[in-house]
Design a protein around this ligand. Structure first.
Ligand SMILES: [Zn+2]
Length: 216
């Protein structure tokens, strides 16, 4: 698999990320390149956003060897997941990150639009805020240009800032051929009044409607 740096170090160096990505509820995340996460420039500013930043980074990059109590380990683990999410938001708007998310999009790994007129068009994860801990992730359908809540509670609780407010727009700017034909189709309700009320009775429309509804 070309995702790994080399065959020899792949199993060890991606241990934490493999575990994270294979955990239930983390299906929306893609794998961040080793070289991206090891480049401190890409992590600029995150040291003030993440508690136990250095330990969290060591955990994510499989270089953590601190002997600590379980409570501390849990706190670092939580910080590592937060760090991964924040780096993920930056990574998925890079060329390689976009390509990885595109691959998942094509496989409809983010789900399909529940709107009947969209014919199961695949969805994309997106944030309503770039600031963490404000809004959970939503799913965007490019066909109806509307957003939806994830079906699973595991996904619905993911921080939207881990995907960001621009990712879905950038994806379609970089891959314009993927912009779907907008769905102008709308369901038109069949009016009970126009279906059942003869035109000559329209002056008593209110009474007719009430009796029709009661009878229905
Ligand atoms: Zn849709």
């Amino acid at each position: 698999m070309e995702d790994f740096v080399s065959e020899t170090d792949s199993e060890y160096t991606s241990y934490w990320r493999d575990w994270f990505l294979s955990s239930r509820g983390n299906e929306y995340f893609c794998e961040i390149d080793e070289e991206y996460i090891m480049d401190r420039f890409n992590l600029t500013g995150l040291n003030t956003e993440v508690q136990y930043y250095q330990y969290a980074l060591e955990l994510v990059t499989d270089s953590f060897d601190l002997d600590c109590e379980d409570a501390m380990r849990d706190a670092i683990e939580k910080s590592a997941r937060h760090l991964y999410g924040l780096v993920h938001a930056r990574y998925i708007v890079t060329t390689r990150g976009l390509a990885r998310m595109l691959d998942k999009y094509k496989k409809a790994e983010f789900g399909k639009c529940p709107r009947v007129m969209c014919n199961s068009h695949p969805l994309l994860p997106m944030g309503l805020s770039d600031v963490p801990n404000l809004k959970p992730v939503k799913l965007y359908c490019a066909k109806c240009e509307d957003i939806y809540n994830p079906k699973s509670s595991r996904h619905a609780s993911i921080d939207g800032a881990y995907f960001g407010t621009s990712f879905h727009n950038i994806l379609f700017q970089v891959y314009p051929t993927l912009v779907p034909t907008k769905s102008a189709d709308r369901y038109i309700p069949v009016s009970m009044v126009s279906k059942f009320t003869p035109p000559q009775l329209s002056f008593v429309g209110r009474i007719s409607n009430a009796s029709i509804c009661a009878a229905a």
